[in-house]
Design a protein around this ligand. Structure first.
Ligand SMILES: [Fe+2]
Length: 475
């Protein structure tokens, strides 16, 4: 991730400029397309230019219409904009001339934006030399990167089959972390803290920013999953100890690198899994392949296999079931609440299936929305926990209550990295299973714990010990 790619105004201006340049044939555009794609021949290059031009125009319109998600670092939820952000981030990380535009000191972005009307054109017209010695204007380097990344016309094929149920130790530490797949400082701090907890199981709930591209997935794999030697990023991956769920950003590249690079690296055959012991069952599910849904639209729907497997698991025996997904089934905020309608309805359908029952879901951890909230347990048929504040800089949460008509919340995580900094913390959930008890601690990037609660498999989801906010106890 790079500050340049997370400033919405800068992304918008960059997108407008590149779109304008690509809108008509020119020798510089053709050269950039040929350099990025390896394509030769005027006809093929023109076909690619026309295709890219249409996609950039669509991305421009989407960006302009996109509502705010309260992120201090802009992360688009439109695939074309996400891919453009991936290209911007790659260029700023790669071009030697741009290394002065430091990610850690993003003042230059503000400077460019303040004088954007005069300077953005000059900024993007400046010729840069890349690591291979190729010289071209910055906008053309972006065009090369965009065609190098490509944009999927279709989704990657869904893996066949269903996973074996894996044994979960009776005493185990499980660490779900969500929306963590950026390579920024917060992500690195969270990764370090997770490793220090020495969890038996770590699960990424999805989102490898911005577009789930080859480069972004490779960077993700350099930081994750858990390895035999936590201090050596090249040591053997802990098989059976790490899982990666699918996120909407992975699907912006059609899921190609999530399914064909990330899952094999994790030794994970499917994008869903089940871990269970005598009392607890943890079900990691893919909600991203079908755009925030669990229930198939037909028998031919690729996610039908996961749905049928899920029904089978829930009917097999009664346990305290905990779902892990990328998308949220509920929200305290109007836009996200609307966005979660289909998944919420799918959950209702799931609980209404024969042999399942209204008490089948004990708890549900999810991300996608870059905030942290503990929803009101008595208002829902499951204990819902939003942990989407995994690494993306977002506004400090000041909400006192939910938006009208949305899901009621008992606790919002309003913590800042340091008091008065106005920088919201990133965090993850540490689940410590001890027989029938499950201790949930919300641990943040400052090594402090926001608070904790205890669920008890024998007391039902409204039993156990209610959440208690701590005063910053160190891990
Ligand atoms: Fe997401």
């Amino acid at each position: 991730m790079h500050a340049a790619a997370g400033n919405k105004t800068f992304v918008a201006q960059s997108l407008l400029h590149v779109t304008e340049q690509v809108s008509a044939p020119s020798s510089t555009v053709s050269d950039a397309i040929s350099y990025g794609s390896g394509a030769a021949g005027a006809e093929e290059i023109e076909r690619r230019r026309s295709l890219l031009s249409g996609r950039l125009r669509e991305a421009t319109a989407n960006l302009q219409a996109e509502p705010s998600h309260s992120d201090a670092h802009y992360v688009s939820r439109f695939s074309g904009v996400g891919i453009f952000q991936s290209a911007l981030s790659a260029i700023f990380a790669d071009l030697p001339d741009l290394q002065g535009y430091g990610d850690k000191n993003p003042i230059w972005v503000t400077t460019v934006i303040e004088e954007i009307a005069h300077k953005v054109k000059a900024f993007f017209e400046r010729v840069h030399e890349d690591r291979t010695g190729k010289k071209q204007p910055l906008w053309a380097a972006l065009v090369s990167e965009l065609v190098r990344i490509g944009q999927a016309d279709d989704r990657a094929p869904y893996p066949k089959g269903a996973p074996q149920v894996q044994a979960l130790p009776d005493n185990a530490v499980v660490a779900p972390l969500a929306d963590w797949g950026g390579d920024n400082d917060a992500a690195k701090k969270i990764a370090t803290i997770v490793r220090r907890q020495k969890p038996d199981i770590a699960v990424h709930l999805g989102d490898i920013y911005y577009g789930g591209t080859k480069l972004e997935c490779e960077i993700f794999l350099s930081m994750w999953p858990l390895r035999e030697d936590v201090s050596d990023p090249k040591s053997q991956i802990l098989r059976r100890g790490s899982f990666a769920l699918n996120g909407n950003h992975e699907m912006y590249s059609g899921g190609e690198y999530y399914f064909n690079t990330v899952l094999p690296a994790f030794g994970q055959p499917q994008p869903f899994f089940c871990l269970e012991n005598q009392y607890w069952r943890i079900l990691g599910l893919d909600t991203a392949y079908a755009g925030g849904r669990l229930k198939p639209q037909s028998d031919q729907d690729p996610i039908a296999g996961q749905w049928n497997w899920l029904l089978e698991r829930l009917r097999s025996s009664k346990k305290a079931n905990i779902l892990l997904t990328h998308h949220q089934p509920v929200s305290a905020h109007h836009q996200e609440w609307m966005d979660s309608t289909r998944l919420r309805n799918d959950a209702t359908d799931l609980l209404n299936q024969e042999g399942i029952g209204q008490d089948a879901i004990f708890g549900w951890f999810f991300g996608h929305e870059h905030r942290c909230a503990l929803y009101k347990d008595t208002a829902l048929p499951y204990n819902a926990r939003l942990i989407g504040n995994g690494c993306i800089p977002h506004e400090v949460q000041h909400e006192k209550t939910c938006d009208p008509g949305c899901t009621e919340v008992d606790f919002f995580n309003k913590k800042e990295t340091t008091p008065g900094s106005n920088v919201a913390v990133s965090s993850f959930a540490k689940l410590t299973i001890s027989g029938t008890e499950l201790l949930i601690e919300y641990v943040d990037e400052t090594y402090a714990t926001w608070g904790a609660e205890v669920w008890d498999a024998t007391k039902g989801r409204l039993g156990g010990k209610k959440f208690t906010e701590y005063d910053g106890r160190q891990q």
